[in-house]
Design a protein around this ligand. Structure first.
Ligand SMILES: Nc1ncnc2c1ncn2[C@@H]1O[C@H](COP(=O)(O)OP(=O)(O)OP(=O)(O)O)[C@@H](O)[C@H]1O
Ligand code: SF4
Ligand SMILES: [Mg+2]
Length: 379
């Protein structure tokens, strides 16, 4: 699949490797019928940038994120290239990889609240992360208190056990732990799942602030397209292990070019519109079996605007918006000269209609960016 890179070329003489460069990354889990969980994913992320990754359950988001740092079980085979600050990680030695996992890039895991050790204090757990990776580190207690403070946990809670903290505080403690070794990249997998909307807003604001103020890069995974659009500069939408659309988040959510993004963007209720909360939000059908080789477009069996050639054509991430050349969509319909694509380049209306005929909660008058969950605080 083609690379969708939002990174501008550096001036001559000032070249330095991007923070993260992922090329043609694929992951297959060994099984009686091997599971092709990630298929040919490519993207670039630089310092100070935030990439949101969206997609239905099982689309390969977590597998892709864990593959970046080779955190997958041994049954997973990784192909392709992951370059972190210019260094290839898919073939790096374990010692080097271990160092990168803490000093260079940290992960806030999906379901992180259960990842804390219940019999150790929060302070002790963060201290472990630091001393394991910075031998002879001094002033650690003070540093941890500052870290806790920076994520909105009073420094005096250093001695608190996980069960003594609220869910939001535990999640923020995980973020503090991820920040402990001053990483350049944070990968946050569903960091706000299971948090109430107020705490969700606080955690998202915290993560966005870190990117703004420290210039680190962040990959954030979520089912919630509107949360990602609010928090991330660019967005990658995954379907059946592939990136099917990639580009600046607000444009991508406001005017989807891929029918699947259109359906995802339409799947959230509109504030002040009770009917939209009752409308079915899913597409008909299920994602394809991850063990199958998928000729043509993987979305074809569910696509409301499928064409005959969609099931056999070679689909790539094509440029799909003249106003945003970095924007790419893996849909034959974005090719004005595609065979028998009389509709030509799809418009927002085209995709909204597509989503609508798929039975999702589309309201043509609504702006998906204001379509947060009704109780969600708007920032
Ligand atoms: N350890 C594993 N062994 C075999 N298959 C796996 C394993 N982990 C994940 N899979 C499969 O890989 C595919 C992608 O799973 P993954 O967890 O990456 O999806 P996801 O997009 O993160 O989903 P969710 O939104 O539910 O977290 C799924 O078909 C899943 O069943
Ligand atoms: S390529 Fe065809 S099947 Fe796939 S999303 Fe586009 S129109 Fe639908
Ligand atoms: Mg996941």
């Amino acid at each position: 699949m083609a690379t969708a890179s939002p990174t501008p070329a550096p001036a001559a003489g000032t070249e330095r490797a991007p923070l993260l460069e992922v090329s043609d990354l694929s992951v297959t889990y060994a099984a009686a019928r091997p599971v092709r969980a990630v298929r040919g994913v490519s993207f670039t992320l630089d310092r100070g940038q935030t990439l949101g990754v969206a997609g239905e359950s099982g689309s390969g988001k977590t597998t892709m994120a864990l593959a970046l740092l080779r955190l997958l079980p041994s049954a997973a085979r990784i192909e392709g290239s992951v370059r972190f600050q210019g260094e290839e990680l898919t073939t790096a030695k374990w010692g080097r990889l271990r160092a990168v996992r803490w000093d260079g890039a940290s992960v806030v895991f999906q379901g992180a609240m259960g990842a804390l050790n219940p019999v150790r204090t929060i302070g002790w757990q963060i201290r472990e992360a630091i001393v394991q990776h910075e031998r002879g580190a001094t002033g650690v207690r003070r540093r941890i208190e500052e870290l806790l403070d920076s994520v909105g946990i009073p420094a005096r809670r250093y001695e608190a056990y996980p069960h003594e903290l609220s869910g939001g505080q535990r999640q923020r403690a995980m973020i503090a732990m991820a920040l402990a070794c001053r990483p350049d990249l944070i990968i946050a997998d569903e960091p706000t799942t299971a948090l109430d909307v107020i705490v969700q807003g606080q955690v998202l604001e915290l993560l966005s602030g870190l990117v703004r103020e420290s210039g680190i890069g962040m990959i954030m995974i979520s089912h919630d397209l509107s949360v990602l659009a609010d928090t991330c500069g660019s967005l990658a939408v995954m379907y059946a292990g592939e990136i099917v659309e990639h580009g600046p988040s607000r444009e991508l959510v406001r005017e989807p070019r891929h029918p699947y993004t259109g359906a995802l963007a339409a799947a959230f209720p509109t504030i002040g519109d009770p009917e939209s909360r009752l409308a079915p939000s899913g597409l008909p059908g299920d994602p394809p079996d991850a063990s199958l080789v998928l000729p043509g477009c993987p979305f074809a069996p569910r696509c409301p605007v499928v064409m005959d050639e969609c099931t056999s054509a070679e689909i790539e991430l094509w440029e799909s918006d003249p106003a945003h050349p970095e924007r790419r969509s893996a849909c034959l319909r974005v090719l004005g000269d595609a065979p028998e694509t009389a509709a030509g380049r799809p418009t927002a209306g085209f995709v909204a209609n597509a989503a609508s005929s798929a039975g999702s909660a589309t309201n043509p008058s609504r702006d998906p960016l204001s379509g947060h969950r009704a109780e969600e605080p708007l920032r």
